[in-house]
Ligand binder design. Structure first.
Ligand code: S3P
Length: 172
């Protein structure tokens, strides 16, 4: 194993857990959105606004492929859509890679996302009423890809420390 890839819907804690897990395992950590942003010197929000989602997905794929295909040990926090586009699910489930699906219920995602939607172009303009419906539909479509992960960890009402320990245990 030389890659641990965290996947799952927006606001489930992929970034936070990735950082904690990296500390615990003493591995390097990368946040895919941050690497994409650095590559073009634009925020994810700006990329969506100026270039559109398709451009973002192409860029996300290129950057992800580059990271996945070297032998360095690294923990990768992906974006919520990463495994669902451009055949990235095949990369996520490649050789020497362990993928972890951080799974949350629609209600938990809604509660977390409604206060954190501004930086997320897919949901930034949704009203609270529409947001829940959007999450339900989008999560349903994406679950096919998320469920291909090596391990599925339910995060509802667990502390970040508990989730990190649970992942650590399944990896060892
Ligand atoms: C996206 C999730 C975001 C970011 C982009 C698209 C998605 O990452 O990659 O806004 O399609 O779910 P987070 O899951 O870190 O919010």
């Amino acid at each position: 194993m030389n890659k641990v890839v965290l996947i799952g819907y927006m606001a489930v804690g992929k970034t936070t857990i990735g950082q904690l897990l990296a500390q615990k395992m003493n591995w390097k950590w990368l946040d895919l959105d941050k690497v994409v942003e650095k590559k073009v010197n634009l925020s994810v929000n700006e990329i969506f606004k100026l270039k559109g989602e398709i451009y973002f997905r192409k860029l996300e794929h290129e950057v992800f492929k580059e990271i996945i295909q070297n032998n360095e040990k690294v923990i990768i926090s992906t974006g919520g859509g990463t495994p669902c586009y451009a055949n990235n699910h095949l990369l996520v489930n490649g050789e020497n890679i362990v993928s972890i699906y951080l799974c949350a219920s629609i209600d938990v995602i809604f509660e977390r996302l409604k206060n954190a939607k501004n930086m997320r172009p897919l949901v930034a303009n949704q009203s609270e009423v529409d947001l829940k419906e959007f999450i339900a539909k989008n999560l349903f479509e994406r679950s096919y890809f998320y469920n291909q992960a090596t391990y599925k960890i339910t995060i509802d009402s667990k502390s970040t420390a508990t989730i990190t320990n649970e992942i650590f245990e399944v990896l060892h």
